[in-house]
Design a protein around this ligand. Structure first.
Ligand code: PMP
Length: 362
């Protein structure tokens, strides 16, 4: 046995901490923005049948180009996209990693706007790229002037805009994306992991793809499609960007089983999106009820809500956990983040949080 300190680790990784949201076995898990609903039986049956067919052929490597799946994603996204504009990998984390491997790397810089998705700095670090984070406004919104000014100052090779933003839920105007694309010489990636949960689903950066050849829009099946455990993410971009990603992916990175399962689930998109509508209702209910309790929820276009007015987030987290409700302390002072659950899970969260409510205190 040796210890990490004794290993010849890359100098830039020394002292780093891995990604690690707790995975606790409690009744109500609302901490990592999963889809609260298991996938419907009809979808399960179709996925199982497709995986069963695929397993008969696994003595061969899978289609390295996952052509059928790319066609299915293009159809799902619409906006006139074809398979040549689509890329996919094992979760959108891996999609983002491919983008950083191709366009980041040592001596290059990724710019984003904090607080934002905690994996961006880790992914940049992993490829030896620098990460710079400029602050959002106090209410976590982001405007075009802030983004353009930061791009001019840092001259980044990549800009990541999370829309809606994790962990705050904040929507992003398309004018901001347009301004970023006009100002940046490098890649502008809009991370739309939670796009299907938006109040206005038509507001997507996909609409801007024909105008900006360095714009990349990433999505995931982990959230709207309740497929977090399968690991499928994807992106849409100019076909030349997709060619660049082929240079860095491992051969056959998407298994035959993953491709079959994803294709089957995509055939049921309307069923999956009906569930998304129920989660949007719970999200809006959480915002309304938290405000009524005297907390300060931030507007959210995602399947989670960040709320302020929490005098001691650590103590509140523990009190909720004692009631069997797991939420996330994302390190923003006086806030906690909660994922929208099933109606019953949301009831449990709201009942527990009501006991901590500012308005309930003497
Ligand atoms: N982007 C954002 C903003 C996320 O919140 C997440 C997951 N929490 C991801 C990307 C990655 O998700 P996955 O790898 O499951 O697609």
């Amino acid at each position: 046995m040796t210890s990490l300190d004794d290993l010849p680790l890359r100098a830039d990784l020394v002292g780093r901490v891995p990604y690690g949201a707790p995975q606790l076995d409690v009744p109500v898990r609302l901490n990592v923005n999963e889809n609260a609903f298991p996938i419907a039986d009809v979808v399960v049956d179709d996925v199982v049948a497709s995986v069963r067919d695929a397993i008969a052929g696994v003595h061969r490597y899978p289609d390295r180009e996952f052509t059928e799946l790319r066609e299915a994603f293009a159809d799902y996204l619409g906006h006139g996209l074809g398979a040549a504009s689509i890329w996919a990998a094992n979760g959108s984390n891996e999609v983002l990693q491919h983008v950083l491997q191709a366009f980041g790397g040592p001596g290059r810089t990724l710019l984003s706007f904090a607080p934002t998705y905690s994996m961006y700095p880790l992914l940049a670090q992993g490829v030896g790229a620098a990460y710079v984070a400029e602050p959002r406004a106090a209410d976590f919104t982001l405007d075009a002037a802030t983004v353009v000014e930061a791009i001019e100052r840092h001259d980044p090779d990549l800009v990541f805009l999370c829309a809606p933003n994790n962990p705050t839920g904040t929507p992003l105007g398309l004018d901001v994306v347009e301004a970023a694309c006009a100002a940046a010489r490098g890649i502008v990636l809009v991370d739309e992991a939670y796009a299907e949960f938006a109040h206005d689903r038509s507001r997507t950066a996909l609409a801007l793809l024909p105008r900006f050849e360095r714009l990349v829009v990433s999505r995931t099946m982990s959230k709207a499609f309740a497929f977090a455990g399968v690991r499928v993410g994807y992106l849409a971009a100019d076909p030349a960007v997709v060619d660049a990603l082929r240079l860095v992916r491992l051969p056959y990175h998407l298994s035959a089983l993953t491709q079959a399962a994803a294709l089957a689930a995509l055939r049921h998109a309307p069923t999956m999106l009906a569930r998304v509508d129920e989660l949007r209702e719970q999200r809006d209910r959480i915002v309304g009820e938290l405000a009524g309790l005297g907390f300060e929820p931030y507007p959210s276009d995602a399947n989670f809500v960040l709320f302020g007015g929490v005098s001691d987030p650590r103590a509140a987290f523990e009190a909720l956990l004692a009631d069997g409700v797991l939420v996330r302390d994302v390190g923003i002072p006086r806030t906690l983040r909660v994922t929208a659950g099933t109606p019953e899970e949301t009831d449990a969260f709201l009942a527990s949080v009501a006991r901590l409510a500012p308005a309930a205190r003497p």
